[in-house]
Design a binder for this molecule. Structure first.
Ligand SMILES: *Cc1c(COP(=O)(O)O)cnc(C)c1O
Length: 375
C-alpha cells in the first residue's frame, strides 16, 4: 500500500508534471515574476468558472478577507459577525482592522453558521456578516442574505475551503460558493482544493465599483502609478503561482469529484456505526470535501486520533479550540452558553485523510482500522 498522507500534493503534481514544468519554465524564461500574463489569464479563467464579473488575485486568503473588509469601508468599532468554529484567519483580520468581532455558534450537523445565533447577535452596530463555508459545503446563504438585506449588512463569504461548491436557491438559481454575497474571498494555499505551490488568494465581486477600489488597495492604494488615494497593502499573486493555478483550475471539478468519491467510500463504511456521525450535507449545497470530518460520540476521539497515528494513518483535529477561547480573542462579552455546539465539537471531531489521490486499498485500510476501534 502507498503511504497514506493527509494531503498528497506530490501524487497530484506527478500527474500534471509535464505541463507544470513547461509553464513554470516559461515564466523563468521571461522573468515576468510579478503581474506576468499568467496572472491576468488565470483571473479571467476564474471569472468564467465562477460566473462572476470581477476576480482580484492577491497574496493569500487572509489578505483577501482583510482587503475585502477594507474595500467595503468598514470602520473601527463596526461589529462583524462570524463563526466561533473556524480557522482563525477570519477573526484575525477583523481584530487587526480594529473592527469588533462577534462570534456565533454553528450547527452541529453541518458545522456552518447557526441562523438563530446570527439573528440574536445583530445589534445597531453590526455592519457585516462573514459566513465561512466550512470543510467544503456552503452555509445557509438564502437565510443569511435575507437577514443581511433586512438589516442592511454586508456579506463577505469566506470560501477558502469550498471553492467549486454550488449553491441552489429556492427558486432554482444556482451559484458558486463565494459569488452570492457582496464579496467572496478564497485561498490557494497548497492544501486547499485549488492550491498553488506557495501562497495565493483572491477576492470576488460582481460590484464593479468595489472591484476598482479593491484593485487599487491590493497595490498600495494606487489607482495611478505613484499616486496613493487610499491606504492600501501590498498583496499580489505571483506569475509562478498563477501558472500553476491556470493548469489546475480546469481540473478543479475532477478534483472535487475525486474527493467526493473518497467521502462516499468513507460514509458508506461508517453508515451503521452508532458512535460515528458522518458528514451531513445540506440539501441546498454540493460538498467539495476540503475536509472529511467525523464526530465520534463514545468519548474515544483522542484515543482514535492516537490509534490512527500508531497505524500510519494521519488525521487532524480541526479545530481543537473555539475562537472565543483563544487567548488572542477571549472577551468578557462572550458567554459559554452561546457556544454549546462549538464547545462540544472540539471534543468530538476528527478529520480523515482527504485529497484527490486516495485509492481503494488506502480507504479500505483507514475505514477498517477505524471500525475495529470504534464499535
Ligand atoms: C485557509 C483559510 C484561510 C486563510 O487562507 P491563507 O491563504 O492561509 O491565508 C481563511 N479562512 C479559512 C476558512 C481557511 O481555511
Amino acid at each position: 500500500m502507498k503511504k497514506i498522507q493527509m494531503v498528497d500534493l506530490q501524487g497530484q503534481y506527478q500527474k500534471i508534471k509535464d505541463k507544470v514544468d513547461t509553464q513554470l519554465q516559461d515564466v523563468l524564461n521571461t522573468s515576468a515574476y510579478v503581474n506576468g500574463p499568467q496572472v491576468h489569464a488565470f483571473q479571467k479563467d476564474l471569472e468564467t468558472y465562477l460566473d462572476i464579473k470581477n476576480v482580484i488575485p492577491c497574496a493569500n486568503g487572509t489578505d483577501a478577507l482583510q482587503i475585502a473588509m477594507m474595500g467595503l469601508g468598514l470602520q473601527p468599532g463596526d461589529e462583524v459577525i462570524t463563526v466561533d468554529f473556524t480557522f482563525a484567519a477570519t477573526v484575525e483580520v477583523i481584530a487587526l482592522l480594529k473592527l469588533t468581532p462577534v462570534l456565533v455558534d454553528v450547527e452541529k450537523d453541518t458545522f456552518n453558521m447557526d441562523i438563530n445565533a446570527l439573528k440574536k447577535a445583530i445589534t445597531p452596530k453590526t455592519k457585516a456578516i462573514v459566513p465561512v463555508h466550512l470543510f467544503g459545503q456552503c452555509a445557509n446563504m438564502e437565510a443569511i442574505l435575507e437577514i443581511a438585506k433586512e438589516h442592511n449588512l454586508f456579506v463577505i463569504e469566506d470560501t477558502a475551503q469550498a471553492i467549486g461548491a454550488t449553491y441552489t436557491f429556492k427558486d432554482g438559481t444556482k451559484k458558486k460558493a463565494g459569488t452570492m454575497g457582496h464579496v467572496g474571498t478564497t485561498s490557494f494555499f497548497p492544501s486547499k482544493n485549488l492550491g498553488c505551490y506557495g501562497d495565493g488568494g483572491a477576492i470576488f465581486t460582481n460590484n464593479d465599483e468595489l472591484a476598482h477600489t479593491i484593485r487599487g488597495m491590493v497595490n498600495h492604494g494606487m489607482y495611478k502609478r505613484y499616486y496613493h488615494d487610499v491606504v492600501g497593502v501590498n498583496s499580489r499573486l505571483d506569475s509562478l503561482q498563477a501558472a500553476v493555478l491556470g493548469i489546475k483550475l480546469p481540473l478543479l471539478n475532477e478534483y472535487c469529484d475525486a474527493r467526493r468519491k473518497a467521502a462516499q467510500a468513507y460514509s458508506k463504511a461508517f453508515e451503521n456505526n452508532k458512535n460515528i456521525v458522518t458528514p451531513v450535507i445540506s440539501e441546498f449545497t454540493t460538498h467539495v470535501f476540503h475536509q472529511y470530518t467525523l464526530q465520534i460520540l463514545n468519548g474515544k476521539r483522542n484515543e482514535l486520533h492516537q490509534h490512527l497515528l500508531d497505524n500510519g494513518i494521519p488525521n487532524a483535529i480541526y479545530y481543537p479550540v473555539p475562537l472565543h477561547s483563544q487567548k488572542a480573542y477571549m472577551d468578557e462579552r462572550y458567554n459559554e452558553d452561546d457556544f454549546k455546539v462549538t464547545n462540544q465539537l472540539i471534543d468530538t471531531v476528527i478529520s480523515l485523510p482527504m485529497h484527490t489521490e486516495l485509492d481503494e486499498e488506502q480507504l479500505e485500510f483507514i475505514t477498517t482500522t477505524i471500525i475495529n476501534f470504534i464499535k
